[in-house]
Design a protein. Structure first.
Length: 285
């Protein structure tokens, strides 16, 4: 839990000499302490990114400070945002029958370790309803069939809007979103999939991996785009395995990794630690 008077500052500007010094100097002028700070100059995009968690003096006029900072940002042609560190963006979780990622996210939410406020669960099956009941969350059952996919996605968009969700997480939601929906959710929809198995698409990927004697398994959390499983990557993890790992053991390891990686990605997005740069992500994890 963030301490009182704690804020998160995000900035993005053209990479030029003096940007970091200008920002930190402005904070020092207002007696603002820096609790955590990250910065990166991307040589590809030519942009400079800053993420700061700062602690302001008691009774500080934040509106006046933001006005002062806005003047500096205009001079530097800088995009910026300032928000309370304890702000929790609203997230709608989506899942199908496999619930390991959903269960993990809800556990972290219950203990304020997710960085976001869960506002509901959507599923194309009724299996996940008990999770919603247990956590006192709205549950929306939206069945999906080939002939009803367009209608189902319209209902989903209504649910997202009605819930006030800032972003959506596909916690092993086993339906491919249409290109149109991907575009509408661009930059605010996170997915998880098995990343270290690029040759094993379709059903039973871990069984396919076992038959090929795979030595590495992992997972990738990424933003959803119209290019299936090719969106900008937020978080990844991989572990080594050997010939002793059965398909069941690979599945067990894979699901543990999926849950961890997705949770890291959700928290990074919720805390504003993810920046886009030349089509890829800069993540201050």
């Amino acid at each position: 839990m963030a301490e009182p008077g704690s804020y998160i500052l995000r900035t993005e500007a053209k990479d030029e000499v003096g940007i970091l010094a200008g920002v930190t100097g402005l904070l020092a002028e207002h007696s603002i302490s820096i609790a955590e700070s990250h910065d990166f100059g991307d040589p590809v995009s030519g942009k400079f990114f800053i993420w700061v968690r700062m602690t302001c003096p008691e009774g500080m006029d934040m509106a006046a400070f933001e006005k002062r900072f806005a003047g500096f940002a205009e001079w530097r042609k800088m995009q910026f945002s300032i928000r309370p560190a304890d702000y929790r963006p609203r997230v709608l979780l989506m899942a199908s029958k496999m619930d390991h990622c959903l269960s993990d996210l809800l556990f972290r939410h219950r203990h304020d370790r997710l960085g976001a406020e869960v506002v509901g669960i959507v599923s194309n099956h009724d299996d996940a309803r008990w999770h919603a009941d247990r956590h006192d969350l709205p549950f929306h059952h939206i069945p999906v069939a080939k002939e009803t996919k367009a209608e189902a996605e319209e209902k989903l968009l209504v649910r997202i809007e009605d819930s006030g969700a800032d972003f959506v997480v596909l916690a092993r939601y086993m339906q491919v979103l249409t290109d149109d929906l991907c575009r509408k959710l661009e930059g605010r929809c996170i997915n998880i999939h098995h990343s270290a198995l690029p040759s094993f698409k379709g059903a039973r990927p871990y069984h396919q991996a076992y038959s090929r004697g795979v030595k590495l398994i992992g997972a990738t959390a990424h933003y959803v785009t119209a290019d299936l499983d090719e969106g900008p990557i937020i978080a990844q993890e991989a572990v080594s395995v050997d010939h002793r790992a059965t398909p069941d053991r690979l599945i067990e390891l894979g699901r543990d990794i999926e849950a961890r990686v997705l949770a890291r990605a959700v928290r990074a997005h919720a805390e504003g630690r993810v920046f886009m740069s030349a089509g890829r992500t800069v993540v201050f994890d």
